[in-house]
Ligand binder design. Sequence first.
Ligand code: URA
Length: 218
Amino acid sequence: MAQSHASIAGLTIVDHPLVQHRLTRLRDRTTPPERFRAELRAVSQLLGTAAMADLSLASVRIETPVAPMEAPVLSSPGPVVVPILRAGLAMAEGLLDLLPEASVAHVGLYRDPGTLEAVEYYFNPPADLGRRPVLLADPMLATGHSAIAALDRLKAAGARDLRFLCLLAARPGVEAVRQAHPDVAIWTAALDPELNAHGYIVPGLGDAGDRAFGTLHT
Ligand code: URA
């Protein structure tokens, strides 16, 4: 899969043509919510494929219709998908397409509109989080506050192997996450240059949750 390692350590931009094509549809303000969710789900499959390229494998004995063989399977226990509510839900769907057997640990965070800080209202991880690869999903890495808060909570609950997947990243957010959590690698479809005064990514795509769930207020 086409990837470029941007100038920021730990950041991988998945610049596969299918990702970039779908990202343009997601950015386009005329794309309706049902199309937005479908595109985000599809891009998440491609981001997830890149982010899980180094998952460890075990060997099992099976029989094909022709002969017995030793064949690879993902090591157990398998990955946990962690969507940050609510925009992360559409990404989780794409990751679960790849890994239907994954557990899902929801993190509920909202952005305080004044401070832009993340406020937690829900967190429900599995008990064996520390033994499993953890895929944190949130479409927009803007200030990094939500991702940092979620990563803090996941580590406090025992998570060790953490990967962060986002559709779009802005440089300040990437730098903040990498500074707070240098062990967590990030996969994204694009790195946009800046944030506006409201903390939105520019050019970005607007509010990913509102775009996905049809709750635009303007
Ligand atoms: N969250 C969004 O949904 N969009 C942005 O541009 C920034 C944060």
